[in-house]
Write a protein that binds this ligand. Structure first.
Ligand code: ZN
Ligand code: ZN
Length: 615
């Protein structure tokens, strides 16, 4: 027993050698990503083909040659068994453990295994398989302690995390101090390498490369590969090199969670609550969930890191790792003054040499009324809200140029509100230059004397900024956005914004609801206060934290079939002949639900299942 975190229910799946050759009846997954065909099929595999678990082969399927992956030997042998025709690629796509992770993802998100394999492995570029792999650099001895500073030791449960990284497993929710975000990740990776194991760091964004990713490259050099973006050939080359054990550390966006590293000791999910950690396409997996599954299968540590850990991360069994004492700047709460400017914020801005004003609303303002006909302003194409941004009025929904839905005119009375307006008034107040940070702006050098204005797009991991002042504007609007997790996202964004202030700087949040649990969590620096208030609210709304949610489309019988499964929550709507149901399950019921969906897909009752849709 290395640490308290090595939980008793950790199941490590044994692994057979990646190159083992199989013969006889084998189960395969055919490359037909349909739920109705989502089951293994048996074929006879000849020894001469040299194939085994993870081999990409061709099999006759309904009279046509179809690609398929070998899953392993099987006892399920029907009377008539067809032969595997040939091997498509000499590269094994997965081993036993990799397959177990892919199966769990397929099960958890009720997505065909073929779809999951297609997402986990980059598209094949055959010529790269023939190209000789670049020479493996001499990686030298494993990392030494110089790379990990002692900061993590001073964290509550920091030593337990470091101990587990030496060879154990377990889930840790890590809440770095604002100045420690990269250092904590580096220390964790260093400890995994010192334990003779490998590490994956999953980051939400590739552009700009997060400061944490850059710090890991700096610390571990040739042992690290960045699996971020790149063209099809590059991505496949990198994947082959990782499978060939050329690197010890993979840093990348979402698909990196599947990177074929062996002897895995750590999966570190950076800013684990970030929306980009969720795949928009089927199987719409979340990197955090896959990390947990993989950590369990391979006996690795899973570290979920965030300034404000998500409800989902906090709801699971974990060890919380955080600084002793308060590393955050003090937070002052004020009422927004006229046009969202409190006198206290204005005074602070005048004195600040460096500041960030977080304004989540984009643009300069919103059109309220048509100046020609006097009707309330609305988009002529879709009745959406019209916003003035960069000098142009456009619909926020369909992006059509702003025309009045009633008379077609394009002259509107605008209520000034948004980041562009904040930039304008900040210029008249600040004693240093002011600029608006947009989505496409490059990271700026640290330590400049300036005031930055920006919204969610601006909140990237640019490393510690150590600013004099952070102002959080329009907090109330963020709290009232639609969406089950809108409040949680608002709080996470505020913590990220607040992390830009130096410890002895100031954070000023403007709100009319100073007692809101989210505001109180920011003030106290303790998100658990918010979570305690938020969890019952979610449960009452029918979406308890940690309960799997599915959106199912299908025919007329769908509702009755789903009701028979007695889900926790079932919401039904219809469009034309189609029925669309939102289903909330108890976590233990996903397997039964998935089996039912696959059966109903075979009968045509279910046409689509979407795991964890946006709500
Ligand atoms: Zn519109
Ligand atoms: Zn009009």
């Amino acid at each position: 027993m290395r640490s308290a975190a090595r939980s008793a229910d950790t199941i490590t799946v044994p692994n057979s050698p990646r190159e083992a050759v199989l013969s006889g009846p084998v189960a395969v997954c055919v490359d037909r990503p349909l739920l109705s065909l989502d089951r293994p099929f048996t074929y006879e595999l000849a020894l001469e083909l040299g194939a085994g678990v993870g081999s990409l082969v061709r099999v006759p399927f309904h009279g046509r040659p179809v690609r398929a992956w070998v899953l392993g030997p099987t006892d399920d042998v029907p009377e008539r068994v067809l032969k595997v025709r040939d091997v498509v690629s000499p590269v094994r796509c997965f081993d036993d453990r990799g397959l177990e992770v892919l199966r769990r993802v397929s099960e958890r998100y009720v997505a065909p295994l073929a779809t999951v394999i297609g997402r986990a492995i980059p598209p094949r570029v055959a010529s790269e398989e023939r190209a000789p792999a670049p020479a493996r650099p001499d990686l030298g001895p494993p990392a030494n302690g110089a790379r990990s500073d002692g900061r993590l030791h001073s964290y509550r449960n920091g030593s337990a995390l470091l101990d587990a990284l030496e060879g154990g497993a377990g889930t840790f929710v890590v809440r770095p101090g604002p100045a420690d975000e990269a250092a904590v990740a580096v220390a964790c990776v260093g400890a995994a390498l010192e334990g003779g194991r490998t590490a994956i760091v999953v980051v939400p964004d590739a552009d700009p490369v997060p400061a944490t990713a850059a710090a890991i490259v700096d610390a571990f050099g040739e042992e690290v590969v960045l699996f971020l973006g790149g063209d099809k050939r590059e991505r496949y080359r990198t994947w082959l090199d990782v499978a060939g054990a050329r690197y010890r550390v993979v840093v990348g966006t979402r698909p990196a969670v599947f990177a074929p590293l062996r002897d895995l000791g750590l999966i570190y999910v950076h800013r684990e609550g970030h929306p980009q950690h969720r795949d928009e396409r089927s199987p719409s997996y979340h990197a955090r969930e896959v990390a947990s599954m993989r950590g369990e299968v391979e006996g690795a540590v899973v570290a979920l890191s965030a300034f404000c850990p998500s409800m989902e991360a906090s709801a699971r069994e974990h060890v919380a790792v955080e600084p002793q004492g308060r590393p955050w700047a003090p937070v002052e709460v004020v009422r927004p003054g006229p046009e969202g400017r409190s006198p206290r914020l204005v005074r602070a801005l005048r004195e600040a040499r460096s500041a960030f004003l977080f304004e989540p609303v984009r643009g300069y303002g919103v059109a309220r009324v048509c100046r020609s006909c006097g009707e309330p302003a609305a988009c002529a194409s879709c009745l959406g809200t019209l916003r003035l941004e960069r000098g142009e009025i456009r619909c926020v929904v369909c992006e059509a140029p702003g025309r009045c839905a009633s008379c077609g005119a394009s002259d509107f009375g605008v209520v000034r509100r948004g980041a562009e307006r904040v930039e304008e008034w900040a210029r008249s107040v600040a004693s240093v230059p002011v600029s608006l940070l947009g989505r496409d702006d490059a990271a700026r050098p640290r330590g400049g004397e300036e005031v930055l204005v920006g919204g969610l797009d601006a909140l990237k991991d640019l490393g510690p900024r150590a600013l004099d002042l952070v102002g959080i504007l329009n907090a109330d609007a963020s709290l009232h956005r639609p969406g089950v997790d809108a409040r949680e996202r608002a709080l996470a964004a505020w913590f990220e914004a607040a992390s830009w202030a130096r410890r002895d700087g100031r954070v000023i949040v403007q709100t009319n609801a100073p007692n809101d649990p989210a505001i109180q969590a920011l003030v106290s620096g303790r998100p658990d206060r918010f979570r305690r208030a938020e969890a019952p609210r979610r449960a009452e709304a029918g979406f308890p934290v940690g309960s799997p949610v599915f959106r199912v489309s299908g025919g007329a019988e769908l509702e009755a079939e789903l009701r028979a499964l007695a889900p926790r929550t079932l919401l039904v709507s219809g469009v034309g002949d189609a029925t669309i149901c939102l289903v909330v399950l108890d976590p233990g019921d996903v397997g039964t639900f998935g089996a039912a969906m696959r059966r109903l897909a075979g009968r045509g009752v279910v046409t689509r299942v979407e795991g964890e849709p946006h709500l």
